[in-house]
Design a protein around this ligand. Structure first.
Ligand SMILES: [Fe+2]
Ligand SMILES: [Fe+2]
Length: 257
């Protein structure tokens, strides 16, 4: 089966672009299931409205990251919807779940979300051990396992690839908003890419108005972030997975303007 993973959908620009192009990508790439990182769907966090719009656009499942709790709506989404999870290594007692298993066209798709600890200003449990725990929890009820590792450091993501090698069908990174060109399938059948990139305004600094960020760097004056508008890009990757063996056969990077 073909799984499309979409990198951080950023603000109204990213959400509208997804609504515009996703159905066509699903048809062209023969996509069976679509996972998107939604932590920036409403800029910081995800609202009920954005969740609904992106679901209508063709997103089957949402993962999150350091902006999980940016919008209060997410607590209700966790309570009422089975297709949205947050990083598993948030402290015990945090609302939401770090993994889920979704049955889709007869295939049991296990999805795990974890978050890095390098240069991310949050107190989190070890993502490696958290991922071990989630794999143990879902492996007997999953035909394939997909992991979104929301992390800043390429080293942490690459280390995770070797740590999970052969134990999961696919591992992709999110959070940096910049797509990497290192997609591969390991000899043990894990599909990997360090970062899917961003879905949002290309004429921006990681989705934010470029002049605000230039001012921040050149004058060190704090200024409220405004989300950029303009020419948009959808970044992600298609993982082709054999659902009988759980092994990944190929990874294809995509960037649709
Ligand atoms: Fe993030
Ligand atoms: Fe993000």
């Amino acid at each position: 089966m073909n799984i499309l993973a979409i990198g951080d959908i950023f603000g109204s620009c990213g959400a509208e672009h997804t609504q515009m192009v996703l159905k066509e990508i699903i048809a062209d790439e023969n996509i069976d299931f679509c996972i998107a990182n939604g932590e920036n769907a409403s800029g910081v966090g995800i609202s009920r409205g954005n969740y609904d719009n992106l679901t209508d656009a063709g997103v089957d499942f949402f993962t999150l990251g350091n902006h999980t709790f940016g919008k209060q709506d997410v607590i209700k989404l966790f309570e009422n919807e089975s297709n949205i999870i947050r990083p598993a290594n948030y402290p015990d007692g945090t609302p939401g779940s770090g993994s889920a298993v979704i049955k889709h066209n007869g295939v049991r798709i296990g999805i795990i979300n974890i978050m890095g600890r390098v240069n991310i200003n949050l107190s989190l449990d070890c993502p490696f051990k958290a991922c071990d725990r989630e794999i143990e929890k879902i492996k007997d009820s999953s035909d394939i396992i997909i992991v979104d590792f929301h992390a800043e450091a390429t080293s942490e993501k690459k280390a995770m690839m070797f740590y999970l090698d052969g134990r999961v069908s696919a591992l992709f990174g999110t959070h940096t908003h910049v797509q990497t060109a290192d997609e591969l399938v390991t000899p043990r059948g894990t599909g990997y890419i360090t970062d899917l990139g961003m879905t949002g305004c290309e004429d921006s600094v990681l989705g934010v108005d470029k002049n605000i960020i230039i001012n921040r760097f050149t004058k060190a004056i704090p200024q409220r972030f405004e989300y950029a508008q303009g020419r948009a890009i959808l970044c992600g990757a298609v993982f082709s997975i054999d659902e009988k063996t759980g092994k990944c056969k190929s990874v294809k990077r995509i960037a649709v303007r």
